[in-house]
Design a protein around this ligand. Structure first.
Ligand SMILES: [Zn+2]
Ligand SMILES: [Zn+2]
Length: 391
């Protein structure tokens, strides 16, 4: 346990309404909602923000909520973002406040992110000392459905301009309450490809009359391993994983086609482009060499998440100043998961940081739970960051 223990007025005040915020977190946990269906959560967020004096705008990205709080005459604007959606997972925590929505679960801690930001919003509304504009952005559908992109397409930063934006994600396996910062590329782009190797089916005993897509696909699986090892520069990185290969059903029939499903990750746009180009080239040529054909559906997903240098340095400085060196996880490295906050960071400079969730089950695991002990740490951090940025 490495929870910061400094006598701090912000932490003391947050501690006063922490029981209420923890029960709010657990209430959201009990009632998880899938992407773009966060109606109850969104109502709850909007109702609280209004109660605390925020100007509230709803409907961006469907269930998105933007709260704005102005103080003084300063012109600077800071945005803080949290995600509200849950996952299609059957919860197996056995907690008294476990999901009551069958097959849906807050297995990524977005219940915790939402409540952490609400807690900070409440403090800042009631006691915050700042001069400028604070925007709190609650987005739908972070899990694969690009809720951030939807909000951007519907004019998020045109309607609600921000000079800088920040977001955070809890991180199992990192000591509870430790803050983690990475400058530059921090999370990977996430693309998918479905490759259908089209041959010509026939009798398994008469292969000379068929074009066997199984052999072509097997060869393609091996050939694709050369993209990262031979085409990506040794000091760069990328991932090409073939997570599924399906074809045929019985031993004596050569199937018509075999389908491969890939996930592809990169930490730069150059490598991302290279991976796409080589996967397509190799698939086509490899299939062709067997007399088959490769039909490729290549879909780009979330972009590389790049933390901006200035904002990341500021974010780290605030942590250092208010929580001390011990509160920062040294040597935290970029992760190959992806995150749609990346779209927001393409438009506005900012930083996505991580907050240790302690020794919990991993994200997206049916046994995972957000650690309530880190809620006040995250909230106090947001407060300090806002007061510094709008100081
Ligand atoms: Zn997730
Ligand atoms: Zn998440």
């Amino acid at each position: 346990m490495s929870l910061p223990t400094q006598p701090d007025p912000v932490r003391a005040r947050i501690q006063e309404y922490l029981p209420e915020m923890v029960s709010l977190r657990r209430d959201i946990h009990t009632h998880p909602e899938l992407g773009y269906h966060e109606h109850r959560t969104s109502d709850l967020v909007a109702e609280r923000l209004e109660r605390w004096g925020f100007e509230v705008d709803r409907g961006l990205g469907g269930t998105g909520v933007v709260g704005t709080l102005k103080r003084g005459s300063g012109s600077a604007v800071i945005g803080l973002r949290a995600d509200m959606d849950a996952l299609p997972i059957e919860e197996a925590t056995g907690l008294p406040y476990a999901s009551r929505n069958p097959g849906v679960m807050h297995a990524c801690g977005h219940d915790g992110h939402t409540t952490t930001l609400l807690t900070a919003a409440r403090y800042l509304a009631e006691h915050g000392e700042f001069d400028g504009t604070l925007r709190v952005i609650f987005q739908p559908a972070e899990e694969s459905l690009a809720g951030a992109l939807k909000m951007l397409e519907e004019g998020l930063f045109e309607r609600f301009p921000c000079d800088a934006i920040f977001g955070l994600h809890n991180m199992p396996g990192v000591p509870a309450g430790k803050l983690c910062f990475v400058e530059g590329p921090t999370m990977a782009s996430s693309d998918t490809a479905i490759i259908r190797v089209q041959g010509r089916g026939g009798h398994g005993a008469v292969p000379q009359l068929s074009v066997d897509p199984v052999v072509a696909a097997a060869s393609l699986v091996m050939a694709l391993q050369s993209v990262v090892s031979r085409n990506v520069a040794p000091l760069e990185t990328g991932v090409v994983t073939i997570g599924s290969i399906q074809g045929g059903s019985v031993s004596n029939v050569i199937p018509d086609s075999v389908e491969l499903k890939l996930t592809i990750r990169a930490f730069s746009n150059q490598v991302r482009d290279l991976l796409e180009r080589r996967i397509i080239e190799i698939s086509k040529a490899q299939a062709q060499s067997f007399g088959a054909e490769a039909l490729i559906d290549y879909q780009r997903g979330y972009p590389v998440l790049v933390n901006h240098a200035g904002e990341t340095q500021l974010a780290r400085e605030v942590a250092l100043e208010h929580f001390g060196e011990d509160a920062i996880e040294a040597g935290f490295e970029p992760i190959t998961a992806s995150e749609d906050f990346a779209y927001m960071l393409e438009k506005v400079p900012g930083c996505y940081l991580f907050l240790g969730n302690g020794d919990s089950a991993s994200l997206h695991n049916p046994g995972y739970n957000f650690n309530d002990e880190i809620l006040p740490v995250g909230a106090a951090y947001w407060v300090k960051l806002v007061e510094r940025y709008l100081g």
